[in-house]
Ligand binder design. Structure first.
Ligand SMILES: Cc1ncc(COP(=O)(O)O)c(C=O)c1O
Length: 367
């Protein structure tokens, strides 16, 4: 056998196209309008900022590796058993941990065709095969998922609501998906945008986790709680899965300032209500403005919209992106998600929404 002449990474790793985050800078613009990463419009709770600052002098101390206070705060707020909560450095880390624990080379990981990109990236990182399930009208398709389950399926990831499409599955549809899965397949419901959803038939996944051994709900502090820079997420799990994740996670995977800010954020229900109310106003406002410009929109229940631009070269998504960028407005191109005719635009402040709507009106008028 010939020996490799250089270190060789594990199977699948060189197939990964690295995740490209939203841009944050525009040349020559000091304070661009940043609508590319679904960060919260209003910024973090002042109480979370104060808790973060209060830890500055204790940076030489390790954090509480069990994240007990945060798990208890989450347990109180959501009515959950803290023992079944596992915290992570963003929900990205928890996605990676689930994959490391339950999938390996030869296994299949299902995700929705226009689902969050970290599912296929994470699957490849453990040598597993990501399987993209076609959608219906940019919405996860339960029957499509069930039709693609094989002997090799280990995890099914569903972002609910999904980024970047903004669409969601009802609690009944999610229950139907779960009912059709074999018991050894993990159903990971990624409810990163749950707090923004205003639909009677929606449920973030707690009910299913409570009654099944193979369902995990993922949540994040990066969106409605506006702590994306701190990296904080959590998983609500059946006891056996929590036990597995606790075995493989880094002993201090969440930083002390993130834990402190997270507790303060959970307890600041007023800030949460303000962030929700803001989205409740500006999401329909922006959606209506874009629809009036005859941009096609799938109804979004998150804190972002996904307009589809015309196919004409001067009005397409790339031209719109460049036009907005020239006005200091950063949106997100969607080619990486297989949606090259769309742009994703995050709900920002009211002033930012007025500016982006006016700029798009000008763009569509051909100014
Ligand atoms: C559906 C979904 N899941 C997870 C994440 C990652 O969140 P975090 O910042 O907690 O890693 C995002 C971020 O955009 C997301 O859209």
């Amino acid at each position: 056998m010939t020996r490799p002449t250089a270190p060789v990474p594990g199977p699948g790793i060189l197939d990964i196209a690295p995740y490209v985050g939203g841009e944050s800078k525009v040349a020559g613009v000091e304070r661009p309008i940043r609508l590319a990463s679904n960060e919260s419009a209003l910024g973090p709770s002042p109480k979370a900022v104060a808790a973060y600052r209060a830890l500055a002098d204790d940076m030489h101390r390790y954090p509480d590796g069990s994240a007990a206070e945060l798990r208890e705060a989450l347990g109180r707020y959501h009515g959950l058993d803290p023992e079944r909560i596992v915290c992570g450095s963003g929900s990205d880390e928890l996605i990676g941990m689930l994959l490391r624990a339950y999938a390996r080379e030869g296994d299949e990981v299902l995700y929705s065709r226009h689902g969050f990109l970290m599912y296929p990236i994470g699957a490849k990182s453990v040598g597993a095969t990501p399987v993209a399930v076609p959608e219906r009208e940019l919405t996860a398709d339960v029957d499509g998922f069930l039709a693609r389950v094989t002997e090799r399926t280990r995890i099914v990831f569903v972002a609910n609501p999904n980024n970047p499409t903004g669409t969601y599955l009802s609690a009944d549809e999610m229950a139907r998906l779960h009912a059709g899965l074999p018991k050894h397949v993990v159903l990971a419901i990624d409810a990163a945008y749950a707090e923004f959803v205003n639909r009677n038939d929606y449920e973030p996944g707690i009910g299913l986790v409570n009654r099944a051994e193979n369902v995990v709900m993922l949540r994040t502090f990066s969106k409605v709680y506006a702590l994306a820079g701190l990296r904080l997420g959590w998983a609500y799990c059946p006891p056996a899965i929590a036990d597995v994740l606790n075995r493989i996670r880094g002993p201090f995977n969440v930083t002390a300032p993130a834990l402190a800010a997270g507790v303060a954020a959970v307890e600041d229900v007023g800030a949460l209500a303000r962030a929700r109310a803001h989205n409740d106003h500006w999401l329909p406002w922006l959606s209506e403005r874009l629809a009036a410009l005859r941009l096609e929109l799938t109804p979004s229940v998150g804190n972002f919209v996904l307009p589809r631009f015309p196919d004409e070269p001067r009005r397409n998504a790339d031209a719109a992106f460049d036009f907005l960028q020239s006005r200091g407005i950063i949106t997100r191109k969607m080619g990486g998600y297989g949606l090259p005719q769309h742009l994703r635009i995050t709900i920002g402040t009211g002033e930012e929404m007025e500016i982006v709507a006016a700029a798009l009106a000008e763009f569509m008028a051909g100014a």
